[in-house]
Design a protein around this ligand. Structure first.
Ligand code: B4P
Length: 193
């Protein structure tokens, strides 16, 4: 089983690259952002609670996203691999993910960390805000709050996996196809095509 974490700040291209990676490698795509937005669209209790955090650019509480990921893993017992997109975002989430995978006799194979400058991130998200229905992309203050949350709570997650020599950095600026090629090379170095 190949379990990949696509890591990086908001706007670094995780969602964009995930679509291409899933098509190429056939893994199950688990995006906590997408799962949360689905809950909001369905107006569930969980969605209403999550929306209050997301609209302010804050992380949703750990227990909510850990529960969602646990259910998604259980729902896909025959998967040949998972691509985790936007998860884990805190050390507590990383430890919970490790425990969930261990209980299934598996583990994280690789963490690919996309690196993009802050000004490029802000520009990309404001640009997406012009066309998407995402309220968290429309306001520069909310975008900067998301980047601050990343620096304060999420960046450290890479250190957790670096201890196990599982992190590779990838330049996240350039064309979408160039970045995909770099990600693919890292994956194939660990799993021959
Ligand atoms: P997410 O849905 O995870 O979204 P994101 O990090 O903001 O964006 P992503 O990184 O996927 O965007 P992409 O680069 O693809 O999170 C939203 C919110 O949900 C969080 O703020 C939080 O509140 C909550 N949440 C989610 N997971 C959570 C968790 N585990 N714990 C707690 N809270 C959680 O795309 C950005 C833009 O860049 C696009 O318009 C794209 O077209 C463009 N782009 C991509 N690649 C490009 C390139 N190479 N060049 C130019 N533009 C590019």
């Amino acid at each position: 089983m190949f379990n990949l974490i696509l890591f990086g700040p908001p706007g670094s291209g995780k969602g964009t690259q995930s679509e291409k990676l899933i098509e190429k490698f056939g893994w199950i795509h688990l995006s906590t952002g997408d799962l949360l937005r689905k809950e909001i669209a369905n107006e569930t209790q969980l969605g209403l609670e999550a929306k209050a955090f997301m609209d302010k650019g804050q992380l949703v509480p750990d227990e909510v996203v850990i529960g969602m990921i646990g259910s998604a893993l259980d729902a896909n017992p025959t998967a040949k691999g998972f691509l985790f997109d936007g998860f884990p975002r805190t050390t507590a989430q990383a430890e919970a993910l490790d425990a969930l995978l261990t209980s299934k006799g598996s583990e994280i194979t690789l963490v690919l960390a996309l690196e993009v400058s802050e000004e490029e991130l802000v520009a990309r998200l404001l640009n997406r805000g012009k066309t998407s229905s995402r309220p968290d992309d429309r306001n520069e203050d909310v975008i900067r709050k998301r980047l601050l949350e990343y620096d304060q709570k999420t960046a450290i997650v890479a250190h957790h996996y670096a201890k196990f020599d599982k992190v590779a950095k990838v330049k996240g600026e350039g064309s979408i196809d160039e970045i995909f090629q770099s990600l693919r090379e890292q994956i194939e170095a660990r799993q021959p095509a």
